[in-house]
Design a protein around this ligand. Sequence first.
Ligand code: PLP
Length: 416
Amino acid sequence: QAVMNAPGIKGRKVASLGKKSSRSKEEEEGVMGLIQSIVKKQPEGQQDPFYVMDIGAVVALWEKWASSLPRVRPFYAVKCNPEPAILGALAALGAGFDCASRAEMEAVLSLGVSPDRIVYANPCKAEAHIRYSARAGVDLTTFDSGEEIKKLRKCHPGTAALLRLKAVEDGGARCPLGPKYGALPEEVAPLLEAAREARIDVVGVSFHVGSGASDVAAYRGAIAAARRAFDAAARLGLPKMRVLNVGGGFTAGPQFAAAAAAITDALRSHFPDEPGLVVMAEPGRFFAETAFTLATNIIGKRVRGEVMEYWINDGIYGSMNCILYDHATVTALPLACASNPGNPTCAGMKTHGSTVFGPTCDALDTVLSDHQLPELQVDDWLVFPNMGAYTAAAGSNFNGFSTSAIGTHLACSGPP
Ligand code: PLP
């Protein structure tokens, strides 16, 4: 109930999904049925793309996190998807937030979240944004250079700071972050000394093994490196470090159990007997990816021999920028099949190698190539599941197709 009353959700229409006699047939059929009913109700000639966010999926992920990593407090990475409904749901559940900029801090604070639930986790910040964090009372940030310490001294001398380490990164991560961020092992002691001179309180360390990590051993290696940094601080006679931020990189699939086990095991080995240690994380993809489904309309078609070509009203410059920037693979399902319980996968239907283009005039704007689809018509709908992470958040307005104008409908799957 607290989630349904959360800012970002309260006052918006929420469809209840799943089996219950009082629900409409479409709602009983879940997200796809709901999309079908939204499409049916759209006014003639207005087939704009839209998202459906399943609040029940976010709550289930929260429970999964809490049972697998009870010692690790999640600070949701707002950059992954700043839709107010996911921020509101996670705020109501008790999450903290990882913000990278003034606008992200403002978005979270406007939901009534107190500033002590925010980590300003951008190791290189503009002075104006640091000054804003000081005024707003956001008193925990990250750094990985001497220049950043000088800016903190100048603009927010009272902040606590986490030294971002260059993690033993997962080489197979979808988006490695190591080339850009993190102190090298030999830089750790000099940076701690520089912070001491500037009277910046370094309360712990952070790292990020890379977004979309696939090798959970990376967490083990990074936690071992964190231990070495804690020991370096102790050797320098600094106050005992008390915060370990294990960053993001988590996915909601079966691999999460392995990542959670690796972290739990590494904490036991490298930080035994430290009950006062605060362990936090900055998951983005874990909470957002599977909770959002995108519905797009087919606005054009061309038949080239055996190949079917379709144009849809969202693309590489919009939600599907994830194909370029997040190295994502997207999947499209015709709504007519996905919402048909008798044949949800279009099984048995003749399919064609199909190309799906986005709406802009750039040939790069190609969403899928040689994708098997049954023959579709202009005005049919293509649905893309698992579209919550690094999608709309990084889309543009190129060619006048506004990503930020794509609306989000709310639904809640739950017990029947
Ligand atoms: N924290 C920081 C500092 C990041 O840069 C990112 C992603 O770029 C995240 C957290 C979220 O990572 P993920 O979505 O892989 O959990």
